[in-house]
Design a protein around this ligand. Structure first.
Ligand code: ACO
Length: 380
């Protein structure tokens, strides 16, 4: 049954339709940038020019990270998984930016929302700099949301870094593709935690933890690892498909299958096109893209995959694009989190404003022993 009513995202898994607030994903990807789509999800309507400018200004103003928070990064091992740092840093924002009781609650929510959307981007870039043992690069008012992210990640004092406009476009589109997907595992976690009146930062941190799993947001990392392994081992597309069909192998074709889509994931189609465009720019061929395309061809025509309606999902091609942009594999899920943030926020707000407003409390079917008596320790 439906766990809630929601006016944010429409998914039709049989027909492969995805809409945010009534707009088709294709339309949004072609005609909007990520900031506009974030605004749409959070506020309900696309911004006009003045609203767009004000929102971008607020995002820039809120993009710096408290100086004391910056020292946290140094306490993490270089090899810590970026998602563990991201979850911890996100919940820490509530300590550094607590609610202010003396201002209008609506404004307070606006501030918390823009802080989160802006600072999570800064946090992800700082996680990367820390992993590399490099100094942090602060955001700059001169750049757009995605340009700023690329600059914070890759600017160097010893090698000239030019922001590639194609990567800016790709990043905008990828973030839009990830921005919402109704009641998936992480969004449900955010709504449930939020229903206890936990603050936005704490609720989003729970969403980040949920997203981390390889059956959810961790799949984009798993796809690249699978393709790299297959390339190293010289497995053909058919070898990989054969492995995935063996039930006892414990091997799944990562980036394939979806709980809701029983046809092509519409995001996978867009990601494939974008992937081809980004990889074509350099004029070099990418053996992993070639393998991925061959794999798709073999799998969608295989009776095992056909019978089970298993098609490429959003994660199948996105990792190849992130990889080309220069984002390391273990940070792919952080990129997913950055994109999904507006969706989580929109769902948190929707639940928060719901006049029903009760704490979430799923019921269970009990299957344990009915009643027992404790035996003395020596007799057990
Ligand atoms: N490779 C091989 N077989 C698969 C795959 C796969 N990727 N996915 C599902 N199957 C098989 C199952 O073994 C099962 O077979 P059976 O009927 O013989 O038992 C059948 O297809 C149905 O699978 P379920 O697990 O019931 O499908 P469900 O809808 O529960 O799972 C899921 C969906 C978790 C996405 C699954 O397809 C999977 O693990 N895919 C790989 C991981 C992945 O790409 N995750 C990203 C999802 S998209 C996202 O979160 C953004």
């Amino acid at each position: 049954t439906g766990s809630c009513t929601s006016g944010i995202c429409y998914v039709n898994g049989e027909q492969g339709i995805l809409r945010y607030r009534g707009y088709d994903i294709e339309d949004l990807v072609e005609n909007c940038d990520f900031v506009e789509v974030a605004y749409l999800l959070i506020k309900g309507e696309l911004p006009n020019t003045a609203e767009r400018r004000r929102y971008a200004e607020l995002l820039n103003k809120e993009s710096l990270l408290h100086h004391d928070m910056q020292s946290f990064f140094r306490s993490y091992p270089f090899k810590a998984h970026p998602m563990s740092v991201l979850a911890a840093m996100s919940v820490s924002l509530s300590a550094f930016y607590p609610e202010m009781g003396d201002i209008d609650p609506e404004l307070q929510v606006d501030l918390a929302v823009t802080r989160l959307v802006s600072k999570v981007r800064t946090i992800i870039a700082f996680i990367y700099r820390h992993m590399k043992g490099e100094d942090f690069v602060n955001p700059s008012y001169k750049y757009s949301y995605c340009e700023n992210f690329l600059n914070m990640m890759f600017k160097s004092s010893v090698i000239e870094y030019q922001i590639n406009p194609l990567y800016v476009k790709a990043l905008n589109q990828l973030l839009i593709l990830h921005a919402d997907h109704e009641q998936n595992c992480s969004t449900t976690a955010v709504r449930l935690i939020g229903s206890s009146d936990a603050n936005l930062y704490a609720s989003v941190s729970a969403g980040i933890c949920a997203l981390w799993g390889p059956k959810h947001g961790g799949a984009n990392q798993a796809v690249i690892e699978m393709l790299e392994l297959a390339h190293e081992q010289k497995w053909s597309a058919q070898d990989i498909v054969n492995k995935a069909k063996q039930k006892d192998s414990g091997f799944l074709l990562m980036g394939f299958g979806h709980r809701v889509y029983k046809t092509y994931d519409p995001r996978a189609k867009i990601a494939k096109r974008l992937c081809q465009e980004v990889l074509a720019e350099s004029g070099e061929t990418d053996p992993l893209l070639e393998l991925a395309m061959e794999l798709e061809e073999v799998a969608v025509n295989d009776s095992y995959f056909k019978e089970r309606s298993l098609y490429p999902n959003v994660d199948f091609y996105t990792g190849l694009i992130f990889r080309r942009i220069g984002i390391p594999t273990n940070m792919f899920t952080c990129m997913f989190a950055m994109g999904r943030l507006p969706g989580w926020i929109a769902h948190w707000l929707e639940w928060n404003k719901d006049p029903y407003g009760k704490i979430g409390r799923p019921r269970q079917v009990y299957s344990g022993p009915y009643v027992r008596k404790v035996q003395n320790l020596n007799d057990r």
